[in-house]
Design a protein around this ligand. Structure first.
Ligand code: ADP
Length: 401
């Protein structure tokens, strides 16, 4: 029996994703998702090996959802209690100024994560609920919080500071924190490994393009800028989020359109981005609409690419040139057209994409630039669960050392 099993939990407001990962070998032993928590038509979908089992029925709360999921481990012949789970790793969205490395969870840590809820009202309360449920169900297993903001904790002040009243900003914790840090760190590490180089030798731009999307500039292993800010709303155009807008728009909507703060929150987080412009947030559906000649979908795509290129340009300058540009996450790993269009016409910067390499289907890390190009353009699959599992295991080991 392996002794590097980690249960990774990503707890959202009405869903919990989980994965049992062998942190040494990197495989997912089992995984699943609890959805529609708090509803009468809840559902747990559990995958173990080639088997998928499902439970449907009311799920009152996160604790009940996780208990059902744990029951499904047992049902599939792999009870968690006997699996020798070494640690539970929790994805926690906002670590604020307090947390910048994986942290073994205690009552005090839970309280501090709770206190950070003002900065991440949609995410941190759900993360805390997941933590409390897992602690109750697995009281003897060490639990570790891995923060989405941690990789960007050391951003230079010039990159993390908003140009607003400094005292007010300090009082309310207003600064640029950045998110998706676990993915940016993991992918930049994998990119270096793929190239047979040390992260400390490379200047990298990582483009994490999923439903949420963010870019980062990494100077010899240290993040010096990223596109998300106080919240995951800033930066690139996303599936349903606007990314950068003139903050005056918020004031205008409030004053002239009579929208409440909650209406504007809903607009910018859930009804904007690709969805706001085209009606769909999934890139595959967007591509289909474009193929059908839908002009709104084409505009959404053009705005998405325009924003992406703007960040790539900014980061090339901030880094003083890049050695590596890496695409990752759902869109970045799968959309050859986004990759080609994002880097089109940049030959004079040493950036090129080889058409045959870019369009070849693959699920593993690969180079899509010609070998002769100065900048290595890569596609690297992200694996946040594995990164969290490894971080949790390391934190557990060092805390018991
Ligand atoms: P999340 O931010 O939810 O983790 P993912 O990284 O899973 O998102 O990315 C999800 C997005 O990836 C989907 O909304 C879809 O637009 C895009 N995607 C997935 N597969 C493909 C594909 N084959 N081609 C283009 N886009 C894809």
């Amino acid at each position: 029996m392996t002794n590097s099993l980690v249960l990774v939990i990503n707890s959202g407001s009405s869903s919990v994703k989980y994965q049992l990962v062998d942190a040494a070998g990197g495989e997912a032993v089992a995984s699943g998702i609890v959805e529609r928590i708090g509803e009468d038509d809840g559902i747990v979908t559990h995958h173990c090996g080639t088997e998928t089992i499902e439970h449907r029925g009311p799920i009152r709360d996160h604790a009940e959802g996780l208990a059902l999921a744990f029951g499904m481990f047992e049902q599939s012949g792999y009870p968690l209690s006997g699996a020798g789970v070494r640690s539970v790793g929790h994805r926690v969205v906002h670590g604020g100024e307090v947390f910048y490395k994986p942290t073994v969870i205690t009552d005090e840590v839970v309280e501090q994560i709770s206190r950070l809820s003002a900065l991440a009202p949609l995410h941190n309360p759900a993360n805390v609920t997941g933590i409390e449920s897992a602690r109750a169900l697995l009281p003897d297993v060490p639990q570790v919080a891995v923060f989405d903001t941690a990789f960007f904790h050391g951003l230079p002040a010039a990159a993390s500071t908003y140009a607003i009243d400094l005292d007010l900003a300090r009082e309310h914790g207003i600064r640029r924190y950045g998110f998706h840090g676990t993915s940016h760190k993991y992918v930049s590490g994998q990119a270096a490994e793929f190239l047979g180089r040390d992260v400390a030798e490379l200047n990298q731009i990582v483009l994490h393009l999923g439903n949420g999307a963010s870019a980062s500039a990494i100077l010899r292993g240290t993040a010096i800028d990223t596109s998300m800010g106080l919240t995951p709303l800033e930066g690139l155009v996303m599936g349903t989020r606007s990314g950068d807008i003139d903050p005056g728009i918020v004031l205008h909507l409030r004053r002239s359109a009579g929208m409440s703060v909650d209406d504007i929150d809903d607009l910018l987080n859930r009804r904007s981005g690709l969805k706001g412009l085209s009606g769909v947030n999934d890139f595959r559906a967007l591509g289909q609409l474009i193929d059908d000649g839908n002009t709104a979908a084409q505009l959404a795509y053009d705005v998405y690419i325009h924003r992406l290129r703007r960040y790539i340009g900014a980061y090339l300058i901030e880094l003083g040139g890049a050695d590596v540009i890496t695409f990752t996450a759902g869109v970045g790993e799968n959309s050859a057209s986004v990759r080609a269009d994002a880097l089109r016409g940049l030959g004079r910067f040493g950036i090129a994409v080889d058409d045959a390499r870019n369009t070849a289907k693959s699920r593993v890390a690969r180079r899509i630039s010609p070998d002769s190009a100065e900048v290595a353009v890569l596609v690297v699959p992200t694996n946040e669960e594995l990164a969290i599992a490894r971080a949790a295991l390391a934190a557990t080991a060092s805390s018991s050392a």
